[in-house]
Write a protein that binds this ligand. Structure first.
Ligand SMILES: Cc1cc2nc3c(=O)[nH]c(=O)nc-3n(C[C@H](O)[C@H](O)[C@H](O)COP(=O)(O)O)c2cc1C
Length: 179
């Protein structure tokens, strides 16, 4: 049976939402899984259990704070649907405007859902194209997910999404079925 992936996002100006749909399109083009994209909210979080794998997308606002939808939801998340579940994280930020809190949401969400029993996957070593000073999304030199910077590096987004999505599928143990 085809795997089901839930992509839950919070996005204030549409950047993370666009990336969520790019990831969905990329995954579904491989035939490895079907994806449902929805806004993160306490109500939608009740649906985690119906998916085999999860992707969480969150931008960072107000110098190291979660985007509003995530800000409301993360504190009320329970382990329901998260225990033992593989979850990959992504989100938009601005590495030059907010170089000391770039994509902090990755770490804020990653740390909490790990406490709740999830397993975060899709970690990447930042390549030289990233030039931020600090991120809570970095643990021992490794990014806990994919940061996208449409504010400064929009031309890099498409390739970053493709590379990362295939890495996540590998970590989910899903094999592309189309050439
Ligand atoms: C007031 C303000 C604060 C921000 N704070 C951060 C921040 O701390 N870290 C970061 O990476 N980006 C920060 N950003 C940039 C946004 O995260 C970025 O524009 C992102 O693309 C928004 O994504 P969204 O449309 O999905 O919400 C900030 C932007 C504004 C206007």
């Amino acid at each position: 049976m085809t795997a089901k992936i839930g992509i839950f996002f919070g996005s204030s100006t549409g950047c993370t939402e666009r990336v969520a749909h790019m990831i969905k399109d990329e995954i579904e083009a491989t035939g490895a899984a079907t994806c449902e994209v929805m806004v993160i909210s306490a109500t939608n979080a009740k649906q985690f259990s119906k998916f085999d794998y999860l992707l969480f997308g969150a931008s960072t606002w107000n110098i190291g704070e979660l985007q509003d939808d995530w800000g409301l939801t993360l504190p009320v998340l329970t382990s329901e649907g998260l225990v033992g579940k593989k979850v990959a994280l992504f989100g938009c930020g601005d590495q030059f405007g907010y170089s000391s809190s770039f994509a902090d949401a990755l770490g804020l969400i990653g740390d909490r859902i790990t406490e709740l029993g999830a397993q975060t996957v899709g970690w990447i070593i930042p390549d030289a194209s990233y030039q931020f000073e600090f991120s809570r999304g970095v643990y021992e030199g490794v990014l806990m997910g994919l940061p996208i910077d449409e504010d400064n590096q929009a031309p890099l987004t498409a390739q970053r999404v493709v590379n990362w999505t295939h890495w996540v599928l590998e970590e989910f143990g899903l094999t592309p079925v189309t050439a």
